[in-house]
Each structure stands twice: as C-alpha cells, then as structure tokens.
Write a protein that binds this ligand. Structure first.
Ligand SMILES: [Zn+2]
Ligand SMILES: [Zn+2]
Length: 331
C-alpha cells in the first residue's frame, strides 16, 4: 500500500514567495513491518552481500565494557510473544497474556550475555536507487547498505554506523546466512524487519538557516496564524533520504568532511518514530480503520528502534567523494 503524507497545512511558498527557491525534495521511506527479501529495499531485512566478502565488525571502542546485554534472539522471542498477546488484547483492556507466555517472558528477562569481541555489525537498511528517488551514490552503484554496531559509542552514545555502496549486479553468489552480533546494548537497537513505501515530499530549510529577515517575518506570521513552521512545514518526521537536516537538539554546527573539509550533504535520517502526537506527518493510509485490538509494534514506531531519548541519527556524506568518511549528527 502506498503511503501519502497529508498536504502541507498551508502553502508557505504562497505566503512567503522568497522561500520557494529553497524548497528541496526528500523521500520518506515509510517502513512498515513485513518480510523483505535479499533483493528488496528494507529496514532490518537481509542485505544483498557477496558470499566471498567478509562481513564487517566494529572497529570502535565501546562505552559499555563489562556490562551484560540483551541477546538478539531473546529480543526476537520477546517481540513474538508480545505481538501475539497484544494482538488479541482489545484496546482499553489488560494485556491478554497466557500463563505460559508470561512464564516464557519472565525467563527471557534473565537471558543476558557478555558482549562478544570484536562486535559483529548488524544489517540495518538496504536502499535500492530504483525504489528511492533522489538517492545518489558513487558511479555504477545502485544500492546503499547501512549496518550498525548495536552498542553505544562516542560521541553520541549511540550505535556506530557503516555504509556500503554496491552495484547489485556484481553480487552473483549471495551470502544468505548473514552474521549478526550476539548481543546489543538496548533492545531498541534491533530493527523490526520492514518493507518500504517511499514517497517524495517537499521540505524547507531548518529555521536557523533562513535569511534573518524572513525568519523574523515567519515568526510573526506563526504568532498571528497559529501555524508552526518548524514542526509542520519544514522537515518531515520519520526515516527519509535527502532534503534538509534538523538541528533542534544542539543547534546547527558545521558537518565537515574529516578528509577534505567539505560541507557534507544530508543523506539518510534514521528515526524511531514516523510521526508525533500531532499526526501532522501521519500518512493518510495509517489513519484508519482503527483496529479494535492493540498493534505491536505501534503504527508510528514500526521499526521498533529508539535513538537516545527519541532522537534521530542524521547521516551526512561528502559531496567530493563517496570514499570519504560519512558524518553523523544526533538530533
Ligand atoms: Zn561498536
Ligand atoms: Zn570529503
């Protein structure tokens, strides 16, 4: 099912024509739980990986040395139990869990493990250019793969990311039994397998980057009209490719390439929630019909991941060369 973002509540470019040239197109990915295959764009699905290419491990140091962490297979069992139990629980009623399920859940709570060393990377996203308009990569590449180490790392105390661009036709002998780490720092670092429903939307700059006169007039207009530029009109909620970056946690700072110093471009936003309580960014198709039973995961948190206290990871890439290291901001 396609996903359709509600139209902007007001055409900001009609109110302030000088903002029109600043419009950018972003592609919302709209992940929803499913069973993606090796050749599909996905979040939390298998990656199209050459059989003879080593699966990466994390080279960074970990903030968590000595802790005990959730096992990935344990978390999958926990999600299966809870998904079944919530699926037969009517809204407003207590969780309809059987004694057997409860006993199994209680057992899982004890099932922790020492971290393995070195930490194996976990496949997080696979984006084919044919599915994601606006996704641009190195010459010849047609798919972007994102992996992360589900442990906490400096400077954001978040998973450490790795990007792989490849030409899918180069992968003739596919690695089907894909390695993964044994444990993770938090159970919210394991993405629920999701298929994607990409959709292009129009974005405008983060408020701090507007020309100062325009920024002031927009603020006065917000007070008079009740419209909210930042939350409703500028940058989309949820996973997306391209468009503008937000800086609402730290205020803007330059994202410069470590290799060449160039100003980097927004590539992908990894987000835990697809829309907030205002439902401004909730696709029309997700408005209903309301199910009488609970849904687990929630419609607005389909991938099951959480970054920090509900933040997002913004991945940047160097415009000079895709061989230069990516940048990450947490907002
Ligand atoms: Zn790591
Ligand atoms: Zn560079």
């Amino acid at each position: 099912m396609a996903r359709t973002t509600p139209p902007h509540p007001v055409d900001i470019a009609a109110v302030f024509p000088e903002i029109a040239p600043l419009a950018r197109t972003a592609t919302r990915l709209h992940p929803r739980p499913g069973t993606p295959g090796l050749y599909d764009s996905s979040i939390g699905g298998p990656l199209l990986w050459p059989f003879d290419e080593p699966w990466p491990t994390c080279g960074d140091s970990h903030e968590d040395a000595g802790g005990y962490f959730t096992r990935l297979d344990t978390e999958r069992r926990r999600r299966r139990i809870l998904s079944a139990a919530w699926g037969r629980t009517r809204k407003g009623e207590r969780l309809a869990i059987t004694p057997e399920e409860q006993a199994e859940l209680d057992g899982l709570d004890e099932d922790y493990a020492d971290p393995d060393t070195p930490a194996t990377m976990l496949g997080v996203a696979q984006l084919f250019m044919r599915d994601v308009p606006g996704l641009a990569g190195p010459a010849g590449a047609d798919v972007l793969q994102i992996l992360w180490c589900p442990r906490d790392h400096e400077p954001h105390y978040s998973p450490s990311l790795m990007l792989r661009w490849r030409r899918s036709s180069d992968v003739t002998d596919v690695l089907t039994d894909q390695p993964e780490p044994e444990v993770m720092e938090y159970d919210t670092y394991l993405p629920v397998p999701c298929v994607l429903h990409p959709e292009q939307v129009v974005e405008y700059p983060y408020k701090a980057f507007l020309p100062s006169d325009l920024k002031k007039r927009i603020r006065l207009w917000e007070e008079a009209s009740g419209h909210r530029y930042f939350y409703d009109l500028s940058i989309a909620d949820g996973w997306k490719v391209g468009g503008y970056a937000a800086w609402n946690l730290t205020d803007p700072y330059p994202m410069l390439c470590d290799d060449c110093g160039a100003d980097m471009d927004m590539l992908v936003k990894i987000d835990g929630s697809e829309w907030d309580g205002t439902e401004r960014w909730r696709p029309l198709e997700d408005a209903g019909p309301e199910n009488e039973f609970h849904e687990h995961p929630n419609r607005w948190e389909p991938t099951g991941i959480t970054i920090g206290r509900g933040y997002a990871l913004w991945i940047f890439t160097c415009p000079v060369s895709f061989d230069h290291p990516h940048g990450v901001s947490m907002q």
